[in-house]
Write a protein that binds this ligand. Structure first.
Ligand code: 7TS
Length: 406
């Protein structure tokens, strides 16, 4: 099915503006996506006529705000196909979701000598929290290496797993390489040795359909701002039985059932993990973002963006000296590349003059840069409003910039 692009693009006010006198070509969706009018409107409407704190007031306004907030949780449950709303914890984003699991589940369940496995293609937010635990608890942090195409090998993974492996934390779609990992197979393999599994879905939820029950993972983390929603809000899905056993991550209001100076009884799920006034407008914006992607259809989005990826790959490879970093068989809409003799930052600066937002960075995945022996790469990452003309524009601008720089 083909998406009507002009319509989708027209829903994003920012894409109507110019940058440096040129129409904005936004190709940094891996960092954050732009927001459609429906998301902006939902947040504005909340602050204009629905604002009150949630779960507290018995007056109508607070009840309406609570309904909207909890309505967003219901949408998120359905979006991930989780089995209960108790399994949906609102966090500040993927980073906080992973830190929550490392801190709460990790400290309760891991002891010296236990092993946590991550892959070589993780974002720093799925490396550093586990290093904290390694240094604090004396656990072993093992790295599943990737091949020169930027893929993991399931046989390598199988051979690493043992009764010492207690936790596996893996990225679903790599932000630096675009690789889509076989998370369902990896989850089954990890479960076979009794390990729990977290999937970092920051780069997957906007681009492909995710079903946490089908994957079978114990935890799934994502951020709203990469899927057309606001910043400062994200989700941790966790299996209810595990979340029930885990201690709270932070203490404060809303996460308690009763408090005396001697003892505090904690609230039920999901509130046990949501201390303090939550990001109400953020959750409402996330709900609107879910409505937005579902109105198009995740399968349609995945197919459309795959077309963009294939076209971009083909066109970029016509540029002399350009090397694509990350050539996995299964890839999401991310193309990382290096051009012989060109510093990525110089290129991105020149792109900006043409109104093109192109990322030049280590993409918070420094070990990936180390593996491919580059300090950084240029990265074009696609969203549902990008089109072939954006890619043509990018390729033409790179050709011109290359002539200036070399
Ligand atoms: N995991 C992955 C795979 C990511 O791509 C990112 C952010 C995060 C976790 C962290 O998400 P946050 O919302 O908590 O910050 N990735 C990027 C990027 O590629 N460019 O800027 C941020």
């Amino acid at each position: 099915m083909s998406i009507n692009f002009t319509d989708i693009r027209a829903q994003f006010p920012i894409l109507q503006q110019t940058e440096n006198g040129q129409p904005l070509v936004y190709l940094d969706n891996g960092a954050t996506s732009q927001k459609p009018q429906s998301v902006i409107d939902a947040i504005t409407r909340y602050y204009t006529s629905e604002n009150a704190n949630v779960h507290r007031g018995v007056y109508g306004l607070s009840e309406r705000a609570t309904d909207l907030f909890e309505g967003a949780r219901k949408k998120t449950r359905q979006f991930l196909n989780a089995s209960a709303t108790q399994e949906i914890i609102f966090t500040a984003g993927t980073t906080e979701s992973i830190n929550l699991v490392a801190s709460s589940w990790g400290k309760q369940n891991l002891k010296p000598g236990d092993e946590v496995i991550i892959t070589e293609m993780e974002h720093h937010s799925n490396i550093v929290p586990w290093q904290f635990l390694r240094d604090e608890l004396g656990i072993i942090l093992s790295i599943l290496r990737i091949n020169d195409l930027g893929e993991i090998c399931l046989d390598d993974f199988k051979s690493m797993l043992s009764s010492k492996t207690k936790f596996v934390s893996i990225v679903h779609v790599s932000n630096a390489l675009g690789t889509i990992n076989p998370v369902k197979e990896m989850t089954a393999l990890a479960h076979a040795v009794g390990a729990k599994v977290l999937i970092d879905g920051a780069q997957s939820v906007p681009h492909l359909a995710v079903d946490v029950q089908d994957i079978g993972c114990d935890f799934y983390a994502f951020s709203a701002h990469k899927m057309y929603g606001p910043t400062g809000i994200g989700v941790l899905f966790g299996k209810q039985a595990l979340l029930e056993e885990m201690p709270p991550y932070q203490g404060g209001g809303d996460m308690i059932y009763s408090v005396t100076f001697e003892q505090t009884k904690f609230n039920v799920l999901p509130y046990k993990f949501e201390a303090g006034t939550p990001n109400i407008s953020g959750a409402i914006g996330l709900g609107a973002a879910i409505d937005f992607v579902q109105s198009i259809g995740l399968a349609e989005i995945a197919e459309y963006e795959d077309g963009l990826l294939k076209y971009a790959t083909e066109q970029l490879l016509t540029i002399d000296g350009l090397r694509i970093i990350g050539q996995a068989k299964h890839k999401g809409g991310v193309v990382s590349f290096a051009i012989e003799g060109v510093h990525p930052h110089d290129m991105a600066t020149l792109m900006d003059q043409d109104g093109i937002a192109l990322r030049a960075s280590h993409h918070c995945a420094m070990p990936v840069m180390q593996k491919f022996k580059v300090p950084s790469t240029m990265r074009a990452s696609f969203g549902v409003y990008n089109n072939l003309a954006d890619i043509d524009c990018l390729v033409k601008a790179i050709q011109e910039a290359k002539e200036m720089l070399l």
